[in-house]
Design a protein around this ligand. Structure first.
Ligand code: UD1
Ligand code: CA
Length: 461
């Protein structure tokens, strides 16, 4: 071990993040703004904001277009500013000018449609901006397998970045450059506006390109830097084909993370996560399990194949599935069992409670150690309103019982199979709510004989 040294903390410039999300997203062919299309059940822009937030920025501003109130709502409490007309990426950054006011730290510009971007990549870019030569602009470069229509980074002999040329404006020689513009840039906030004000729109698209910031900064006598990132991190979504591709990449990341955190996935490729899924240690997940939003699974839980979970907390050592459906607002107690073809909605199951087969537990509170028999159903809905069912501890709810809510069952009660329960059942009582059984001796044999005789008569006639 080396002796601890005390390094005086360096004063880091403050950091603001501007997320550009005002583009029309025409190729999505959608009424939903592009950045709201989900990846791992969260809007794309939420992923970008999560990565940005990991850098602890002092400000975050999202640039939206007209009619994109939905985006403003989705990114709240982050501030949004309106870019009235989509005149290009430089114009979009300018839309944040008033909101930034006198801010003179570093300004990181991100795109709302690159949901795979990781904090490490952003940090790399910010470090490049703060690095040697105090560059006015740092650009995130990448070398994708197919450079396609990305902007190209043009360097001088010394490797210094001289300009970015958009594909449409590039010469054949420039198009042959493999180093591409990932889109993300970091600026020295004190020089940002002077640079943006000097950007024109004399190019193939007639737009104000943020990428021109490099050539302008150089012309103003400033240095520019490049940080090279992983192309997989900064891939963008333009169509639903790319949306599906990035969803797969994100799922692969989430699966890997779950395993690194101590969960066993029997067949990782068949398990689907939401960005906010939380799995504890020694959780085992079988094949074909889907985690919708808002799922927390505590340590030691087993989820058998073909389960669908959403908005639920599953507590320690519980066993779920196969074929269980856990719906929002549910809390499954420690060591509880939820089995095949059981649906649980907005309900709590106490520790060690069991609902092992073919049951519907909706708007119910089921006490510790209670057993819900096969086919038992809570009737929580009268067509207009919903009502709760309260079942105490160590209750035995017989097979095919129908609990008509609102209704309460006391601790230790026993409900006979096939009962329809419409009134409160006191603790330790037996409740039977069904027609009495009638037995007619010899009836079946007589009936069979009669049928046989009728059949024979028909044949003759
Ligand atoms: C941009 C870069 C290109 C880079 C590529 C990487 C420019 C000029 N070009 O091209 O060099 O290789 O990203 O993916 O920056 N937006 C606004 N307002 C506008 C225009 C765009 O908010 O007026 C937003 C979009 O919503 C999007 C982002 O800016 O989030 C990028 O715009 P887009 O049109 O997709 O740029 P590209 O053509 O992909
Ligand atoms: Ca794009």
């Amino acid at each position: 071990m080396t002796a601890p040294t005390s390094i005086p903390a360096l004063a880091c410039p403050a950091l603001a993040c501007i997320v550009l999300a005002a583009g029309k997203g025409t190729r999505m062919k959608s009424d939903l703004p592009k950045v709201l299309h989900p990846i791992a059940n969260e809007p794309m822009v939420a992923h970008v904001l999560r990565a940005a937030s990991a850098l602890n920025p002092d400000r975050v501003i999202v640039v939206v277009g007209p009619g994109q109130e939905g985006v403003a709502k989705a990114v709240a409490p982050h501030a949004t500013v309106l870019q009235p007309q989509q005149l290009g990426t430089a114009d979009a950054v300018k839309a944040a000018r008033t909101a930034l006011g006198e801010f003179d730290g570093d300004v990181l510009v991100l795109f709302g449609d690159t949901p795979l971007v990781r904090p490490e990549t952003l940090s790399l870019l910010v470090q490049a901006r703060r690095g040697a030569g105090n560059p006015a602009v740092a650009v995130l470069g990448m070398r994708p397998a197919d450079p396609a229509a990305y902007g190209r980074l043009v360097q001088d002999e010394a490797g210094g970045l001289t300009k970015i040329v958009e594909y449409l404006d590039a010469t054949p020689a420039e198009r042959a450059i493999g180093l591409c513009n990932a889109g993300l840039m970091a600026f020295d906030g004190r020089r940002l506006w002077a640079i943006l004000d000097a950007i024109g729109s004399a190019n193939a698209k007639g737009e104000f390109y943020l990428t021109d910031a490099v050539a302008v900064a150089r012309a103003q006598g400033h240095a520019c830097a490049v940080a090279e990132g992983d192309p997989a991190d900064v891939e963008g979504v333009n169509s639903r084909v790319e949306l599906a591709k990035l969803e797969k990449l994100m799922q692969a990341r989430l699966r890997r993370q779950a395993m690194l955190n101590g969960a066993t996935l029997a067949d990782p490729d068949t398990v689907w996560f939401s960005a906010d899924t939380v799995l504890g240690r020694d959780v085992t997940v079988g094949q074909n399990v889907v985690f919708g939003p808002g799922v927390v699974v505590e340590d030691g839980v087993t989820i058998r194949p073909f389960c669908h979970l959403e908005g639920v907390v599953v507590r320690r050592e519980a066993i779920i599935g196969p074929y269980s459906r856990l719906r929002p607002g549910s809390d499954i107690g420690a060591g509880a069992h939820v089995g095949n073809f059981v649906e649980v909605k907005a309900s709590t199951l106490g520790n060690g409670a069991k609902a092992n087969h073919l049951a519907y537990v909706g708007d119910a509170d089921i006490g510790e150690g209670t057993n819900i028999g096969a086919g038992a159903i809570t009737c929580n809905y009268d067509g207009t309103f919903k009502y709760r069912t309260q079942v105490g501890r160590n209750v035995f709810v017989g097979t095919n019982a129908t609990l008509v809510a609102p209704v309460q069952v006391g601790d230790g009660a026993f409900i006979a199979g096939g009962s329809t329960i419409t009134e409160a059942v006191p603790a330790d009582a037996l409740a039977i709510g069904r027609g009495r059984q009638v037995v007619k001796e010899g009836w079946a044999a007589a009936f069979a004989a009669m049928q046989k005789a009728r059949k024979a008569a028909l044949k003759k006639g």
